[in-house]
Write a protein that binds this ligand. Structure first.
Ligand code: PCA
Length: 198
């Protein structure tokens, strides 16, 4: 099974992003029979779509797990929905700050993850790690990237499952090891449930 994990470069003046640190850590220790590829994405509204679509078409994973950092997050947030809107009060890494602009002109308003988000949350909770299902990934670059990925999958009926997971910042409570453990748990749950399309 091919799994692609994405994380983001640092943004907002920070020199570290928990999503990339976690992706890199999970990539080092793949469960048996699983091939994990890891890619780092730019925090850029303009490049988000092209980058994620290129990566998907190049590596054609069975499962795509996208990670992002949520500064004020206090749990592992399994994102259910991506919406077709970019709106921000803070600039991305290119200095862009879009105001209520659709990601894809005339595209679907929103897409749901095609993975069972509650089952993934429950598995993380069972590990004793705080987790929840979130119904909004925000309107910043994470949502834009998630929407582009799901748009590519649904529009072209790709045999691919995808979910976005927001992680808290790295701290004494949420160490990289704990965040990596949560993501490995999500991977194991997807495999165990045999919820792949083929
Ligand atoms: N978090 C931002 C973008 C990159 C990241 O790690 C977000 O939540 O949109």
């Amino acid at each position: 099974m091919q799994i692609l994990i994405t994380g983001f470069e640092p943004f907002g003046g920070s020199d570290i992003n928990s999503s990339w640190e976690t992706a890199a850590r999970v990539g080092q220790l793949a469960p048996k029979d699983v091939n994990i590829k890891v890619r780092r994405l730019p925090v850029s509204f303009r490049k988000a779509g092209e980058t994620v679509r290129e990566i998907l078409n190049e590596s054609r994973p069975d499962v795509l797990i996208m990670l992002g950092q949520l500064g004020k997050g206090q749990s592992i947030d399994v994102e259910r929905i991506a919406v077709n809107l970019m709106d921000s009060s803070k600039p991305d890494n290119d200095g862009d700050c879009p105001q209520e602009i659709p990601i894809v002109k005339d595209g679907e308003s929103a897409y749901f993850s095609n993975l069972p988000v509650k089952a993934l949350r429950d598995a993380v909770l069972q590990k004793g790690i705080p987790a929840r299902v979130s119904n909004s990934a925000g309107l910043y670059v994470c949502n834009t990237t998630y929407y582009n990925a799901l748009d590519e999958i649904y529009r072209h009926s790709l045999p691919m499952r995808a979910v976005f997971v927001h992680l808290p910042k790295i701290s004494e409570v949420f160490t990289v090891d704990i965040l990596a453990d949560a993501v490995r748990t999500i991977i194991k749950t997807i495999i165990e449930q045999e919820i792949l399309l083929n």
